[in-house]
Design a protein around this ligand. Structure first.
Ligand code: AMP
Ligand code: ZN
Length: 480
């Protein structure tokens, strides 16, 4: 008998200290995670979705390692201005005015679109989706509690004085004095980095979303939302706070400042702050103001299965930039097809395997994921075990277990699921299959003229016939 392998510590990169730290939960056996969610004024682009694939990978890892996970993702339906640092208009109000719709309808529509992407990417449902507008009374209480010692009032609202807390901006590593890169547009602001925690509705105006407060009618600041909702749902302090790397510069330092003020301590709120790097795209298609911007639905319309995008994210480390290209996405889809094909082959072969080899691969996968979520190496382990010859049953079980980390749906995904018909296609699957059957019959009868004609007709309809494709892919539809 071999000894049970030693438990492996989970090492995570903490943006606060810029170093790898061992995860030790605030509450033994539990992991409480808060992820900054989307501002639902528009569709999320695939870069935004990278942030949730990352948060999901973290959640899956914590569950895999046996922690009882409580994950919260918020939905920002009020308060986020067009500039993170308190300049410009409320994104929601602006979109509602442009579309001549109520903010509530806008929020509902884009929240549902976001949830559809979450589902398509096999991102697990968090324990709570916290909706910012549900927490406004608590936000007012929070602001009241810190107003005297940490805030000052201007015509525009209640502002947080960032010099009233220790080490403001430590997370961003910015100089406190100049609040790097901030636009000081608000008259009377004491320091460039100071930010609104309550924005008053200007005199004579009525807003679609406004609430009474000690500082007049208005709406909460964006940063306040996350401080309030994370504490309400996860307690103080909690374990891990996530977001995109842009939040390391303004949003999260501001949350930390509020948390320090509210707790009258140096506690930042979360023990570990983690940030995913950006998905970048050189031609500007990621901009939501571009006509056809990169939404997950666009990928699907072009015939790419959404899990190919998930796999593309997993190939890169979450702290590295990831460059998007259609070629890269195509390569990720091929990789996913191979995996699915390998798993299908294993499923057909029923045999018992002496235990050991497959368990070893699970141990290795845990080791890699425990090293700051090294998903790309887990992917390689899954591929190598799928490609091995020989016994099947244990290997299948091991692959499914490792897929708990990757979330590629390997237990149920089939090759046919992966073949998505591009929206622009003028031919249906049934027509293709019928033409291919006729072509097969023609070839069997050595009628090569008919066989070639059918192939040409299919090619004219954008269908590439793939005789002898190693992945068993009989045909492929090209998107344009
Ligand atoms: P927003 O709706 O703008 O608040 O963004 C939602 C999430 O997506 C935040 O965590 C952002 O930091 C993150 N994010 C925004 N752009 C990108 C990108 N290009 N790549 C990865 N994450 C992003
Ligand atoms: Zn947030």
């Amino acid at each position: 008998m071999t000894d049970a392998p030693a438990p492996q510590p989970l090492m995570l990169f903490n943006s606060l200290t810029r170093s790898l730290e061992e995860f030790t939960p605030v509450h033994p056996g539990e992991a409480r995670v808060y992820s900054c969610g989307p501002t639902v004024y528009n569709y999320p682009h695939i870069g935004n979705m990278r942030a949730y694939v990352f948060a999901d990978t973290l959640g899956r890892t914590l569950s895999f390692k046996g922690y009882k996970l409580t994950h919260v993702i918020n939905i920002t339906d009020v308060g986020h201005l067009t500039d993170d640092a308190d300049a410009g208009e409320d994104k929601m109000e602006k979109m509602a005015a442009e579309k001549a719709q109520s903010i509530w309808d806008i929020a509902r529509h884009y929240t549902e679109a976001y949830w559809a992407d979450i589902k398509a990417l096999n991102i697990r449902q968090p324990a709570h989706w916290s909706i910012a507008t549900d927490y406004v009374p608590q936000m007012i209480e929070f602001a009241k509690a810190i107003a005297d010692k940490h805030c000052y009032e201007l015509d525009g609202g209640l502002y947080f004085d960032t010099t009233t807390v220790a080490h403001y901006g430590a997370l961003a590593r910015a100089k406190t004095e100049d609040g790097e890169g901030r636009i000081d547009e608000v008259e009377g602001k004491r320091h460039a980095a100071d930010f609104a925690i309550w924005r008053k509705t200007p005199a004579g105006e009525t807003r679609q979303m406004e609430w009474d407060s000690p500082w007049g009618k208005g709406a909460p600041g964006w940063h306040l939302e996350c401080s309030v909702m994370s504490e309400a749902l996860l307690g103080f302090p909690f374990d891990i706070h996530t977001g995109g790397i842009d939040h390391r510069e303004i949003h999260h330092p501001n949350e930390i400042a509020q948390n320090q003020a509210h707790s009258c301590s140096d506690a930042s709120g979360a023990r570990i702050w983690m940030h995913n790097n950006f998905l970048i795209e050189r031609s500007g298609k990621m901009s939501k103001s571009a006509g056809e911007f990169l939404r997950l639905q666009l990928l699907i319309d072009k015939g790419y299965h959404p899990l190919a995008y998930r796999l593309m994210c997993l190939q890169a480390h979450y702290r590295s930039e990831l460059e998007f290209s259609w070629e890269g996405l195509g390569a990720a889809l091929t990789r996913l097809k191979r995996l699915v094909l390998g798993v299908e082959a294993l499923r057909k072969r029923e045999s018992a395997e002496p235990a050991g080899q497959a368990d070893m691969s699970i141990y290795q996968a845990e080791e890699r994921i425990s090293n700051d979520l090294n998903t790309s190496e887990v992917l390689v382990i899954v591929e190598s075990i799928a490609a091995l010859k020989g016994y099947a049953a244990d290997r299948l079980a091991a692959i499914y277990r490792m897929d708990d980390l990757l979330g590629l749906n390997l237990a149920t995904l089939t090759r046919t699921d992966l073949r998505i018909r591009p929206k622009s296609a003028a031919i249906t699957e049934a027509e293709i299959e019928a033409a291919l059957t006729r072509r097969k019959e023609a070839r069997a009868a050595k009628d090569f003229a008919t066989s070639d004609r059918l192939r040409d007709e299919l090619a004219a309809a954008g269908v590439e016939v793939m005789d002898g494709d190693p992945l068993g892919w009989d045909w492929r539809l090209d998107a344009n």
